[in-house]
Design a protein around this ligand. Structure first.
Ligand SMILES: NC(=O)c1ccc[n+]([C@@H]2O[C@H](COP(=O)([O-])OP(=O)(O)OC[C@H]3O[C@@H](n4cnc5c(N)ncnc54)[C@H](O)[C@@H]3O)[C@@H](O)[C@H]2O)c1
Length: 402
């Protein structure tokens, strides 16, 4: 860790410029590489703007800001960018072939001891490691957007990642002011997205099957839980295309998981939410506002815990498969999705027996719907915990001890 002085960030886009900024503020010498000077100029401009804002708020002194900017160099030459690097973070577009070609070139040009990390959200880190001659030094380092603000970093092992590589990456994330977690296997969605994306698809299935309307589900979240946007309002805000691609990704990786038809339909009709003026709701001004369809009356039909049980089931699977500790899964969900608590803490609060019972009920009701059985069938670890009397807070032991 003490040997790490020079960091190369590949890509000056949404993620790359933010990661480079964090590294420079933490005192590292940074080289940013992009394919054209205009992208580098744009990224640097954003870093200056962001540091300026931090300085206005008194979070960084004018001297520290100047020093951080002075530690950043840019280049369009890949070989040149990694010539002296101790640690590389790749944040180029999400295309496996592009990333593999880049890893191959970096492997040939970077010092032998350098660690090569990828910020991919969804691609196989294993496949990136395979094209290098240093697979033990290839690791996932998954920041959340915007990296300057979001505290979570997932440190992901692929089968060949050494403990030393993962530990250095973890320590580096801490030095950047982040809260890292370990994901011990290269699995689809890693931790936070793996737990928190399927519940949204589940809700979209309930809408697709006309069991609930988006307004009924969101009104409950809004009026009963104080959630400002609700699930469908949030999907509209983020973009239906973004949500669709995430769910399509799980469909491809984990059959029989299936993207909800309503998402596919809206995506194909190009009704992508706020940005197109129409998605689950309409937005005549192309800005988000509370949909007129929401009402207190509609907040009485839907049980908001339904989707939480889906998330609990996913989180339980991660722990059962030895991918992460309960603490790390919960930390990832809390920090990645700004939740007040993690899903396994929630499971312990509800009672593990209640979670099993609720999932069984949901599975009985909705398990026949395409692909839903896979996420509704209570995971064996939950059933085992019930048998062993580990029921959560009420029995003083569940995923945590009390
Ligand atoms: N945006 C997010 O919310 C988010 C969150 C977490 C992870 N990620 C991941 O981070 C990575 C980057 O995403 P982004 O949103 O910053 O993308 P982006 O499109 O904003 O930026 C990518 C940048 O990489 C540059 N680039 C293209 N080819 C390159 C090459 N060969 N070498 C160097 N630079 C190259 C592009 O010119 C562009 O400036 C992706 O793998 C993405 O999945 C994104």
């Amino acid at each position: 860790m003490e040997d790490i002085k020079n960091i190369t960030v590949l890509g000056a886009g949404a993620m790359g410029h933010g990661i480079a900024q964090l590294c420079a503020v933490a005192g590292y010498n940074v080289v940013i590489r992009d394919i054209e000077q205009k992208f580098l100029d744009d990224g640097l401009g954003k870093i200056k703007w962001s540091l300026g804002k931090l300085s206005e708020k008194g979070k960084i002194s004018a001297d520290a800001m100047k020093a951080a900017l002075g530690r950043i160099n840019t280049t369009t030459d890949l070989k040149e960018s990694v010539k002296k690097c101790d640690f590389m973070v790749e944040a180029i577009p999400e295309v496996l072939k592009l990333k593999q070609d880049t890893f191959k070139e970096v492997d040939a040009a970077a010092p032998k001891q350098a660690i090569l990390a990828t910020n991919t959200s969804a691609l196989s880190i294993t496949e990136m490691a395979k094209v290098t001659k240093r697979p033990a030094q290839v690791v996932g380092m998954h920041f959340f957007n915007p990296p300057q603000m979001m505290r979570l970093v997932e440190v992901i092992y692929q089968p060949k990642t050494s403990k030393e590589t993962a530990e250095i990456t973890y320590q580096l994330a801490k030095k950047l002011g982040k809260e890292p977690v370990y994901c011990m296997k290269d699995i689809p969605g890693f931790l936070a997205n793996r737990v928190m994306n399927p519940p949204g698809n589940f809700l979209a299935w309930l809408v697709s099957e006309k069991i609930f309307t988006p307004a009924e589900i969101d009104s409950t979240a809004h009026f009963k839980l104080g959630n400002p946007m609700g699930s469908f309002g949030l999907m509209d805000y983020v973009g239906i295309d973004v949500g669709y691609h995430v769910q399509k990704f799980f469909e491809e990786k984990e059959p029989p998981y299936k993207v909800a038809p309503i998402l596919e339909e809206l995506f194909k009709k190009k009704e992508l939410g706020v940005k197109t003026g129409k998605g689950f709701y309409t937005y005549p001004d192309k800005t988000w506002k509370v949909p007129v369809e929401w009402s207190k009356d509609k907040a009485e039909k839907f049980d908001p815990l339904m989707s939480a049980f889906v998330a609990i089931n996913r989180a339980a699977q991660i722990v059962a498969d030895g991918v992460a500790t309960a603490q790390d899964v919960d930390k990832a969900v809390q920090l990645g999705f700004n939740m007040p608590f993690g899903m396994l803490q929630l499971a312990d609060m509800q009672g593990i027996d209640v979670c099993v019972q609720k999932l069984e009920e949901l599975n009985k009701k909705y398990g026949k719907i395409d692909g839903l059985k896979a996420i509704l069938e209570p995971h064996p670890i939950l059933k085992k915990m019930v048998k062993e009397g580990k029921l959560g807070q009420k029995s003083k032991e569940g995923f945590y001890k009390y």
